[in-house]
Design a protein around this ligand. Structure first.
Ligand code: SAM
Ligand code: SF4
Length: 326
């Protein structure tokens, strides 16, 4: 075995033994030569199986408020700044979302995440979202997560009281890249909401989008920034270049760059769910199979916020082919 392969195995065993790797070790793994990438991904898979067994977490999203967002995130088809020609709607009545949650549960989803295309919920909208959560709790009984933009302390505590398990709020990209992708709020605004959610006792789900034109160094920055927040779940989107957005012509990342992100995140956060999120079907020829044996142990299924995706049934078959289970 080459010296590099021995090192990867040693670091893998250190993680399994509960040791935290240094920043320079993680950086060495993240920047490893392509010829050792398979060894890195195998080691990440070993760590995943050790901490999570063969279980893959499936989450379904509900877009509860679509389009016309006040923010200018350059990747987002729901920003009011760009003419993306998608239709929009305001919060639907609870029955509609309850029905979707029930179907998600029956199809085999482990969690159901309410997502809203706005900067932050107004007081009346927040009350309506709470009514939706109450109805889901009463009539469905599925783990509810939320992604509602910026939160106040009071709102975060209310979500906790309503038994919301986890709050999603993505860092999106590295601190150094962020001003290029959004000017209507700051990176620290995003970090602040994550801290508010944590203080209220909610679990955290955070991550970002890779393939926005950031450098590999900036992807490395992002994974360190994510790991410092110690999220219970990490969500990694791969850019879907949406027509009408400033990033519509962005080229796809090479699979080797995507593999680096997932595998190294597993060394950083061995016990967290690492979820393959938006862009899975568009960016990956195998719908994510390679990543599910390279550190990832979760997927979003049944479509995304403004576009369709594989059904849970199809994804379950794909997962079973790998001898993994949902
Ligand atoms: N508006 C809230 C916010 O920004 O936190 C709620 C979540 S936002 C609607 C949903 C997430 O989808 C974003 O945080 C981003 O990571 C992801 N996303 C949006 N557009 C995307 C795209 N074109 N490709 C991949 N991921 C995308
Ligand atoms: Fe709005 Fe969220 Fe889209 Fe940014 S990512 S434009 S905040 S919906």
């Amino acid at each position: 075995m080459s010296e590099k392969c021995e090192l990867i195995s040693k670091y893998r065993d250190d993680v399994v033994d509960g040791k935290k790797l240094t920043r320079s070790t993680i950086s060495e793994l993240f920047n490893i030569n392509n010829k050792f990438l398979l060894n890195l991904s195998d080691a990440a898979n070993y760590i995943t199986r050790h901490f999570h067994g063969s279980k893959v977490d499936i989450e379904e999203l509900a877009n509860i408020k679509k389009n016309f967002c006040s923010e200018d995130c350059t990747f987002c088809s729901q920003s009011a700044f760009f003419n993306t020609k998608i239709t929009g709607y305001e919060l639907p009545p609870p029955e509609e979302i309850v029905e979707q949650a029930l179907n998600a549960k029956n199809d085999g989803a482990n969690s159901f995440c309410l997502v809203a295309a706005w900067r932050e919920p107004s007081t009346p909208d927040f009350e309506k979202v709470c009514a939706i959560i109450e109805e889901i709790n009463k009539k469905v009984g599925i783990s509810v997560e939320c992604s509602l933009g910026f939160l106040t302390d009071k709102q975060a505590k209310t979500l906790k009281k309503l038994q919301v398990k986890r709050y999603n709020h993505n860092l999106e990209t590295s601190r150094s890249k962020f001003p290029e992708i959004c000017t209507t709020h700051t990176y620290d605004d995003r970090v602040k909401t994550l801290k508010i959610a944590r203080n209220a006792g909610l679990e955290l789900c955070t991550g970002g989008i890779i393939g926005l034109g950031e450098t590999r160094k900036q992807r490395e920055e992002l994974i360190f920034e994510i790991s410092e927040l110690e999220p219970e779940e990490v969500t990694v989107n791969m850019l879907v270049p949406m027509p009408g957005t400033p990033l519509e012509l962005q080229t796809q990342l090479d699979i080797t760059e995507i593999l680096r992100v997932f595998s190294t995140l597993r060394f950083l956060l061995p016990e967290s769910i690492i979820k393959i999120s938006g862009g899975r079907e568009v960016n990956l020829k195998d719908d994510g199979q390679k990543l599910l044996v390279s550190g990832a142990n979760g997927i979003i299924s049944a479509g995304y916020l403004t576009m369709g995706g594989n059904t849970i049934k199809k994804d379950t078959e794909m997962i079973n082919e790998l001898n993994l289970e949902t």
